[in-house]
Design a protein around this ligand. Structure first.
Ligand code: BGC
Length: 390
């Protein structure tokens, strides 16, 4: 079974490379020569990479960890990978240990973007470059680069999906709809980007009275979900349903920033919603439980971010940094997937952090096969539900 999984993983890695080929991912020309050296003539990867992931309890980070590990190991690096159980103190300890283990470069997906200043200052003093992975780490000059998806666009895609699905038209105010928002963790710098992308997209319809937020909870702080926790999102939606919808008021849309929150909101609607319509429910990530709900018609869409490609971009960036280069726009030309070099969007309070931003995709029941299975990121289980590989 293990062997099969390993085989499946390498197959998927190979397929994902078709989606987003970086120089480091090509087949080596000769035995013993790394892909990097085969293509560029430079020495292949050597050294140790420290990877700090937030938690195994949110599905996507398991995939990020495996893809990153696979990418760096196959390019010749040694990898130390930590998961910190969504515990900020543990993540600080884990990063301290990676530093004292002598890693040559750190890749960090922060639990709390504002709590790593001191530990990353030590990395800086030790001359260890740091890539802020997926979530921007705030208040430290130690961050060299940021690799993520276009986070604002994730929210825009969710908002646009609602507009398209309901056929909203600013010139037609005769039909109105009710909507509630559920956002992410305030400690995660991404969360306001997702929320603002969705809210800004829908605001003209809210202002026109076409979309009504019946609970009146419109500010990010009011709709946020600590640690992106499913049960917290479920409890909040149960309260909203009891307070504002128990009289038969129809809920048309539950705009959720990601899949872990969408899962809780879906559970609340299943158990506590008095209406008989199926509200539109948005998400993000393509978590297996949510894809199952999409197949079953309980969730409408998810915004998928190919984390396999995020790993490919991170490897290419890390290699360039370790080669003493100062990568910029030119790095993007080696990727087949869409990846923008951005020097204006992400300021971590010490200045702009140069960013490589990949492009997210909308996944619905209609394109799961094409976007997730045919691309090799998932297999289709015999029960008809997608299973993530990696
Ligand atoms: C990631 C999302 C994820 C969320 C919770 C965010 O920082 O960008 O993909 O859903 O964390 O894990």
């Amino acid at each position: 079974m293990k062997k099969f999984l390993a085989l499946a993983l390498s197959l998927v890695m190979a397929l994902s490379l078709v989606a987003c080929g970086g120089s480091s991912t090509e087949e080596p020309a000769d035995e013993g020569e790394t892909a990097e050296s085969a293509e560029t003539g430079e020495t292949g990867g050597s050294g140790k990479i420290g990877i700090a992931m937030p938690t195994k309890s949110l599905e996507r980070w398991n995939r990020d960890g495996s893809y990153l590990q696979e990418q760096f190991e196959s390019a010749g690096y040694e990898v130390e990978l930590t998961y910190s159980d969504n515990d900020v103190t543990q993540q600080v300890n884990d990063i301290e240990n990676l530093i004292s283990d002598g890693v040559d470069l750190l890749i960090v997906a922060a639990i709390d973007g504002e709590s790593l200043t001191t530990v990353l200052d030590s990395a800086d003093e030790a001359g260890i470059p740091v890539i802020s992975y997926d979530r921007l780490i705030m208040n430290t000059k130690a961050i060299d680069y940021y690799v993520s998806f276009d986070n604002y666009t994730v929210g825009v895609l969710q908002g646009q999906y609602v507009i398209d699905t309901l056929g909203l038209d600013l010139n037609d105010t005769s039909k109105t709809y009710n909507i509630e928002f559920t956002a992410g963790d305030p400690a995660d710098n991404n969360a306001p980007f997702f929320f603002n992308g969705a809210f800004d997209t829908l605001k003209p319809y809210i202002d026109a009275g076409i979309l009504n937020i019946v609970s009146g909870q419109t500010a990010f702080e009011e709709v946020a979900t600590a640690t992106w926790d499913t049960a917290t999102a479920m409890n909040r939606m149960q309260n909203i349903l009891a307070s504002y919808y128990s009289d038969g008021t129809q809920l048309d849309v539950a705009l959720c920033s990601n899949d872990s929150t969408a899962l809780g909101v879906t559970q609340a609607i299943e158990s506590d919603y008095a209406g008989s319509n199926q509200p539109i429910i948005t998400g993000q990530d393509g978590d297996e439980a949510n894809l199952k709900n999409i197949v079953d018609g309980k969730q409408s869409m998810t915004v998928y971010k190919a984390v396999a490609n995020e790993a490919v971009v991170t490897l290419a960036l890390a290699q360039a940094i370790l080669n003493g280069e100062q990568p910029g726009e030119e790095l993007t030309s080696q990727f087949d997937c869409e990846c923008a070099y951005d020097t204006s969007s992400y300021d971590n309070n010490t200045g702009i952090i140069p960013s490589y931003l990949l492009t997210p995709t909308v996944v619905t029941a209609d394109n799961i096969q094409e976007e997730l299975v045919d691309t090799g990121y998932y297999t289709m289980g015999s029960d008809g539900y997608p299973v993530a590989v990696g």
